[in-house]
Design a protein around this ligand. Structure first.
Ligand code: NAI
Length: 509
């Protein structure tokens, strides 16, 4: 389906943070835009706000003043809903309340022509439910922008039960024509991003609650080893714990208490204490003027003479780590192994990539006296920090040697208490698991799931593409080990991940 013509009028209802931004996007794309808000003066104030934003771009030399004038000239405040009657597309961005939204959609249906597309920017309400009482629910869809709408690329195009596929396709093409990255999703709690992202926060919170490491250490590892733009704690502090906790609660409740989405008592306590993050001056971190920033707990620099590093088996994912050891001038000996599994040996110490078992369990299973597990990195060639965990047989000297090894490679080492799946591997496996379930349940395609996480949250890699690269059998094994370790449903692997692992069929071909 083609995009709407730039001559088509776009109406936006609600001139708050999201509505004004969406109106700006449509006007910048060349459409005449009508902006309505039921609060006196709010629509004009919204347009004035857009002008101020655009003029900042003029001041930075990124936009011509004439362009600002042209965009603003295309934006008109509407005094009544009736003034939106001849719009081709309406985007509703009012208060997040189902009854209020339903009332507005009923009014719109009575006012607008039969071809007007009616959409909601809701982040948590069901599109099916918003459209349920209308005569023509097939022309209703979700058009979910992210904050700030002019900056964030992702738009989730949400189809409710009755939404006509041509309506969804027209919205998709229109969002693309507006310079956005659209994805299709069916109307299910959290849609794609707010659902698939839950484990990023949840696993961080859990690792911290179990004393695996501090927030500053976990954040540093997810950034420096995982390649995420921000770690979960700094991100939750930025979003605001009230908002982040409310989203988790709403997804948890909507899935009838599925433990995968269980809210965190640690976060609940922050909300109760009014420590909402940056906006209140305190969250996991202290943002008050005299506060010292929290540093990650990386091991201090150590000196140790290292025996040759023996690299056994099919190195696969960790091959760049071994290449890095060679580049650092360490003596590296390559060796075949009977099992073919990748192992590093440093004297009597064995080092291996985590597979979701804790070091204590894995050392016992494999009959090893001293085992150090290391975490997944997005890119072992360029990471500059890594999480480690030791089995009980690792003595102080072996620990120093392992620290020295990673430091020689240019990696800061963070020793965690012995925890299954460490930090990056555990987070990535759980993100991929959630994305796999979303695909299994027909919420989105694998391609759109990955695109949504990258465009919506700047993830360094789509979770499913990441799982493909690691090998689905490995990700599945990791999740099974996590489930065994905790005995909880929360870590059960998605059936789609299992089937694809068995069939050796990646998500992306
Ligand atoms: P906001 O509170 O900044 O703005 C809402 C605006 O709607 C206000 O100006 C209010 O006067 C107006 N309004 C309320 N009821 C109205 C009615 N019956 N008719 C006309 N105008 C009415 O809210 P915000 O943050 O812009 O959110 C709007 C919608 O966008 C909500 O559904 C929210 O869930 C969704 N959303 C919000 C995001 C965010 O980060 N703030 C991100 C994505 C979606």
């Amino acid at each position: 389906m083609p995009a709407l013509a730039t001559s088509d009028i776009i109406a936006v209802i609600g001139a708050g943070a999201m509505g004004a931004g969406i109106a700006q996007v449509a006007a910048q794309a060349g459409h005449p835009v009508r902006l309505y808000d039921n609060r006196d003066g709010a629509a004009q104030a919204g347009i004035d706000g857009v002008r101020r934003q655009l003029e900042k771009r003029v001041a930075r030399g990124k936009m011509a003043q004439e362009e600002v004038e042209a965009i603003i000239a295309r934006m008109t405040p509407a005094a009544t809903l009736a003034e939106l009657a001849d719009s081709r597309l309406v985007v509703e961005a009012i208060v997040e309340n189902l009854q209020v939204k339903r009332g507005v959609f009923a009014e719109l249906e009575a006012l607008c022509g039969p071809d007007t597309l009616l959409t909601s920017n809701t982040s948590s309400l069901s599109i099916t439910s918003i459209a349920a009482d209308l005569e023509r629910p097939e022309r209703v869809a979700g058009l979910h922008f992210f904050n700030p709408a002019p900056v964030m690329k992702l738009v989730e195009v949400i189809s409710g039960l009755a939404t006509d596929s041509e309506v969804a396709e027209t919205l998709y093409a229109t969002a693309a024509a507006w310079g956005k990255v659209p994805v299709h999703a069916s109307s299910t709690p959290g849609f794609i991003v707010n659902r698939v992202a839950r484990p990023f926060y949840a696993e961080g919170l859990r690792l911290m609650q179990e004393g695996a490491a501090t927030p500053a250490t976990l954040d540093a590892l997810l950034r420096q080893a995982g390649g995420f733009r921000m770690g979960p704690f700094e991100l939750m502090d930025l979003i605001g714990h009230d908002v982040n906790y409310a989203v988790t609660r709403s997804v948890f409740d909507a899935y009838y208490g599925d433990t995968r989405f269980e809210p965190s008592l640690v976060q609940q306590a922050l909300v109760e204490a009014g420590r909402l993050g940056r906006k209140s001056g305190q969250g996991f971190y202290d943002y008050r003027d005299d506060a010292e920033p929290d540093a990650p707990d990386f091991a201090p620099a150590v000196e140790a003479s290292l025996p040759p590093l023996v690299a056994e088996g099919q190195l696969g994912t960790i091959a760049p780590l071994v290449a890095r050891a060679e580049a650092a001038g360490l003596e590296v000996v390559r060796r075949e192994s009977i099992s073919g599994e990748a192992r590093l040996r440093l004297g009597g110490l064995t080092l291996a990539l985590s597979d979701g078992r804790c070091a204590t369990e894995r050392a016992r299973d494999e009959g090893l006296e001293a085992l150090v597990l290391f975490d997944l990195c997005l890119d072992y060639a360029n990471a500059d920090a890594i999480a480690l965990a030791a089995s009980p047989g690792v003595d102080a000297e072996a620990r120093t040697q392992a620290t020295a090894l990673f430091q020689r490679l240019g990696l800061d080492a963070a020793w965690l208490t012995d925890t299954p799946g460490l930090v990056v591997l555990r987070s990535v496996a759980m993100l991929a698991n959630e994305a796999a379930d979303a695909v299994l349940q027909g919420v989105c395609s694998a391609a759109d799931g990955d695109r949504a996480m990258q465009a919506g949250l700047n993830y360094p890699r789509g979770p499913l593409a990441w799982a493909d690269a690691l090998g689905l059998a490995f990700v599945h094994r990791t999740l099974s080990h996590l489930q065994q370790s905790y005995g909880e449903e929360r870590y059960r692997a998605s059936f789609l991940l299992r089937r694809k692992a068995l069939a050796e069929e990646p998500f992306h071909v």
